[in-house]
Design a protein around this ligand. Structure first.
Ligand code: CAA
Length: 260
């Protein structure tokens, strides 16, 4: 598939997806969402790709939301389809069996904040701004914001952000646990790649199973979650990486993981 609204670069096991509609501050229209869906499928099946980084083109915006020009005249039925498409694509990010890092380089508003929320790890540049301004447009978040934001920052803060539509800066986002690191803008991708490389030096089957188990913790009761964890823990013992990791520790040498 030829992409018009995103750029994809794969280098040394790291795939970088850049949302690239700078004239609309990288707003997500249907076409962009479909391209994202397609590329996630491709990257999921590419064994050479170990970690995915998502960022926005330019220095101003990560993603300034769903595309308001496209939504303006939508019927109820079209709006439902649009929300379901965004939700499906973001769920794919959450479920892809590889770590996904959001490198938030500017405005992450509405659907842009929701895109970041679906990623496993979020870091941001100092100029980043986060918010769910939808109620100011007479709508509510539609790409998972009402579901993921309370899980990440707690119900009270999520309600405050969604009811007021207030924007917060990167330091405040860090303080409330919405992101895990703030860096200078020119160091953002370097920082994201540093995290990616650190992850890639570990047992990647284990990382993938950890992602699944942590995701489960948000979806099921604690006993089911514990059972899931015990099964995933046991599965690690069927991997070469577990044998290598433990042997290397006992032999006092660095492990050489093969990701199998
Ligand atoms: N959709 C479509 N176009 C957008 C856009 C969006 N979400 N955000 C910005 N743009 C466009 C602007 O219309 C403008 O286009 P023109 O140059 O053709 O006029 C261009 O990007 C630059 O934007 P501004 O001139 O507004 O830039 P600014 O620096 O003055 O303001 C901003 C920046 C504060 C981010 C402002 O653009 C803004 O508030 N954007 C909208 C944010 C928003 O409401 N997002 C939520 C969308 S709804 C949603 O996402 C629903 C959902 O959950 C699924």
């Amino acid at each position: 598939m030829e992409y018009k609204n995103i750029e994809v670069k794969i280098e040394k096991g790291i795939a970088t997806i850049t949302i690239n509609r700078p004239k609309a501050l990288n707003a997500l229209n249907t076409e962009t969402l479909e391209e994202l869906e397609n590329v996630l499928e491709v990257l999921q099946n590419d064994d050479g790709v170990k970690v995915i980084v998502i960022t926005g083109a330019g220095e101003k915006a990560f993603v300034a939301g769903a595309d308001i020009s496209e939504m303006k005249d939508m019927s109820v039925f079209e709006a439902k389809k649009f929300a379901e498409l965004g939700q499906k694509v973001f769920r794919k990010i959450e479920l892809v069996k590889k770590p996904v890092i959001a490198a938030v380089n500017g405005y992450a508003l509405g659907g842009g904040c929701e895109l970041a929320l679906a990623c496993d790890i979020r870091i941001a540049s100092r100029n980043a701004k986060f918010g769910q301004p939808e109620v100011g447009l007479g709508i509510i978040p539609g790409f998972g914001g009402t579901q993921r934001l309370p899980r990440i920052v707690g119900v009270s803060k999520a309600k405050e952000l969604i009811y007021t539509g207030d924007m917060i800066d990167a330091e405040e986002a860090l303080r409330i646990g919405l992101i895990s690191k703030v860096v200078e803008q020119d160091k953002l991708l370097e920082e994201a790649y540093g995290i990616a490389k650190k992850i890639m030096s570990k047992g990647l089957v284990a990382v993938s199973l950890a992602k699944e188990a942590i995701n489960k913790s948000l979806e099921v009761d604690i006993d089911s979650g514990m059972e899931y964890e015990a099964n995933a823990f046991a599965m690690c013992f069927g991997t070469q990486d577990q044998k290598e990791g433990m042997a290397a520790f006992l032999e006092k040498r660095a492990p050489k993981f093969e990701g199998r």
